[in-house]
Ligand binder design. Structure first.
Ligand code: GAL
Length: 696
């Protein structure tokens, strides 16, 4: 297979020339050359133009576009164009349209209007993929296949009859017998015992809570069904063009698809991310998404397939990116392992649903802030070839698990949780402490990480319990937080005090949950600041938090200690005096348990304690907190420092800034400022790089 990444980072975006008269294309490629564009994604939503009637193709325009790009030195990530079926498909095969949980069949006139289980859709998608592969597989511009687009973005669950049949087939393959299914689903409760697989439906709208295991299996099935669509197209491409790698663009920490199961099938991990410039935590949340992409590829370089140059159009109000913010977020992706920075899209549309979404080339043309920022970034990236292919070094692992995510967000539980908020909170706390974090599914070896955080791993498998225990035994400092190990993979409660096998790792068991009331979920993308909603709290007192009591938020529980030391207790309320934080020496490592959720400030104190416990040394402060977030990431030889905050900071790190050629030490880094410092600081001891001191 041909390598995708070459001498310098990819730079470019979605290119949709079909929206424009041919006369514009020459200007496009001239400007692309000028801006340093070297890769564009072509044809993502062009199905209706490529195949205007079933089996009749019009390739002339695409032939010209690919030739033109090639003549101008621009490579192509060629889409299979299957993400937006044309009107003729739903006209001829109305059953290919998706159906919602309430039984409403969605109409054409938008995009992604297909049921993932629809044979008509799948047949048509395979046929188009084969036709494109045969026609363009040998085209010298094509370096990558872009299968479909953002699987599941709009339709990740379909409840139609064809989906029901596919769900039944999936269940039969999993359980073999209806007895096994009845037992796994606990159907003795509420008279749900099934006599045969034929009786089973997707969890459509029901009078009361649906069966929890049925719902979780439908989540798993739906992720697998979209993956099956991807794999069908991939199989065609492999057969026709075995040398050309494939990708499909993921969507950060997207909820509805389990990216751990997808990642091994994707040659190049790629991501679309649209942090909200109006969200002060946007860069923190984005850092987590980038770390997930790196981790999905097990450390391999990945591609930022889409981001915006400025405003999007999908939110009620669409704030532009601040001057420099697009650049800063681009470097964040590069620092965290991306080898290419691409955008949606090259030229801002004049018509259609996304005409007010920013692009590399704005409506107003080239005499614009956005265009100047694009040109600057393109020129800078062209000089950063030394970064391509290098690895980002992580100090901590954060277990992130889709089964737990889907299960802890079901109805009928002790409280309402946003799994993403629970995990993002810890990711942000570690990141602000200067650590770089890998995400991990939790059932693989974790022992190389000095610190392992396990936030609310509600569904705990035996393999996960074993990996977490092994990490502590081998020397990691492990923190497990509340609502972990409550159920097994069938959502059956782990009896006898919850936590399953982690009881012996942690030296504690749980008698009773004591939620403090209120809903904890925070709307919006990757919510980091859990305390931002007004939440019921409880005081938590222990040395870890200094002389003042810490604040436990919304959750507490009655913890019994078997063989751990109590490091903090609840103060006040029904659980006054009961353990809130424990630590057990386990092997040559340690296993901590936290029985509440902490404010941001108190989380930072606990993280500092975990860092000390792990032997990682933090020798100076990294600016964070209220003034914003200064990010430090070591990638290969280069230390990236990015100021996402609102005040300038001064660098303490020796070295040369690769972007400006200036001495880094003593340099003032303004808000949205970036430096890429070379040579590397010594990180052999796995210690975090610390390069920043507060100005003034
Ligand atoms: C993505 C999508 C693009 C475009 C973009 C707008 O979801 O892949 O086609 O719609 O968002 O932000």
């Amino acid at each position: 297979m041909r390598p995708v990444f070459t001498d310098s980072p990819w730079f470019g975006g979605d290119y949709n020339p079909e929206q424009w008269p041919e006369a514009v294309w020459d200007e496009d490629v001239d400007l692309m050359r000028g801006a340093g564009v070297n890769l564009v994604t072509v044809g993502v939503f062009a199905w209706a133009l490529l195949e205007p009637e079933e089996g009749r193709y019009e390739f002339g325009w695409l032939d010209s576009v690919l030739d033109l790009l090639h003549e101008n030195g621009v490579k192509v990530d060629l889409a299979t164009a299957t993400a937006a079926p044309p009107p003729w498909l739903s006209d001829q095969y109305p059953e290919s349209l998706p159906v919602t949980v309430d039984g409403i069949r969605l109409s054409p006139g938008s995009r992604q209007g297909y049921c993932p289980s629809s044979p008509a859709y799948r047949t048509a998608a395979r046929r188009l993929t084969r036709t494109l592969a045969e026609r363009y597989g040998a085209h010298p511009a094509v370096v990558l296949w872009h299968i479909n687009n953002e699987y599941g973005c709009h339709v990740s669950r379909c409840y139609c009859d064809e989906s029901a049949s596919a769900f039944r087939r999936w269940l039969e393959a999993k359980y073999r017998t209806i007895g096994a299914l009845n037992s796994a689903w606990g159907t003795a409760f509420w008279s749900q015992s099934y006599g045969s697989f034929e009786q089973i439906l997707p969890p459509r709208a029901t009078p009361a809570f649906p069966n929890p295991t049925q719902s979780l299996d439908f989540d798993r099935f739906s992720s697998d069904e979209l993956l099956a669509c991807f794999l069908e197209e991939k199989a065609v491409l492999r057969e026709v063009t075995p040398d050309i790698p494939v990708t499909t663009n993921f969507m950060g920490t997207f909820r509805n698809v389990d990216y751990w199961t997808w990642a091994p099938h994707v040659d190049v991990i790629s991501d679309d991310l649209y942090p909200d410039p109006a969200d002060p935590d946007a860069a923190r949340g984005a850092a987590m998404a980038r770390d997930l992409m790196r981790s999905l590829g097990r450390g391999k370089p990945w591609l930022l397939m889409e981001q915006s140059t400025s405003a999007v159009n999908m939110r009620p109000t669409n704030v532009p990116k601040a001057p420099g913010q697009m650049r800063a977020l681009s470097y964040q992706a590069l620092a965290r392992g991306a080898d290419g920075i691409l955008f949606f899209q090259w030229r801002q549309s004049a018509a259609g649903a996304e005409r007010f979404h920013s692009a590399m080339l704005p409506h107003a043309g080239t005499d614009t802030r956005i265009w100047r920022e694009v040109e600057q970034l393109g020129a800078e990236l062209a000089a950063l070839g030394s970064v391509v292919g290098t690895r980002t070094r992580a100090h901590a692992a954060l277990v992130f698990d889709w089964d737990s995510r889907w299960a802890i967000e079901q109805a009928g539980l002790p409280t309402t949780s946003s799994y993403l908020a629970l995990a993002a909170h810890w990711h942000a706390a570690l990141t602000e402490a200067g650590l770089t974090v890998d995400l991990a599914p939790g059932d693989e070896d974790l022992s190389a990480y000095p610190i392992v955080i396990v936030p609310s791993l509600f569904v705990l498998t035996d393999a996960q319990a074993a990996a977490i225990d092994a990490a502590a035994a081998a020397g990691s400092t492990v923190l497990v937080t509340s609502q972990t190990g409550i159920v097994d993979q069938d959502l059956r409660v782990r009896l006898g005090g919850y936590l399953g096998d982690l009881q012996s790792t942690l030296g504690v068991w749980i008698e009773e949950f004591w939620p403090l009331g209120g809903a904890w979920a925070r709307p919006g993308a990757i919510p980091v600041a859990q305390e931002s909603t007004v939440a019921p709290t409880v005081r938590v007192r222990g040395d870890v938090f200094g002389p003042e009591a810490a604040t436990g938020i919304e959750w507490s529980e009655c913890v019994h200690v078997r063989d751990a030391s109590v490091r903090a207790v609840f103060e006040g309320g029904h659980l006054s005096g009961w353990p809130a934080l424990t630590r057990k020496a386990r092997g040559v490592g340690a296993a901590w348990y936290l029985a509440t959720r902490l404010s941001r400030e108190d989380t930072a104190s606990l993280v500092a304690q975990l860092i000390a416990d792990s032997g990682l040394a933090l020798s100076a402060s990294v600016v964070g907190g209220e003034s914003g977030f200064v990010e430090t990431v070591q990638r290969g030889d280069a230390l990236f420092v990015i100021n996402h905050g609102s005040t300038a900071v001064t660098l303490a790190q020796e070295g040369v800034d690769l972007l400006s050629g200036a001495d880094a030490q003593g340099m003032t880094l303004e808000p949205q400022g970036v430096v890429v410092i070379s040579p590397r600081v010594a990180l052999d001891s796995a210690e975090p790089a610390v390069a920043v001191v507060a100005a003034g």
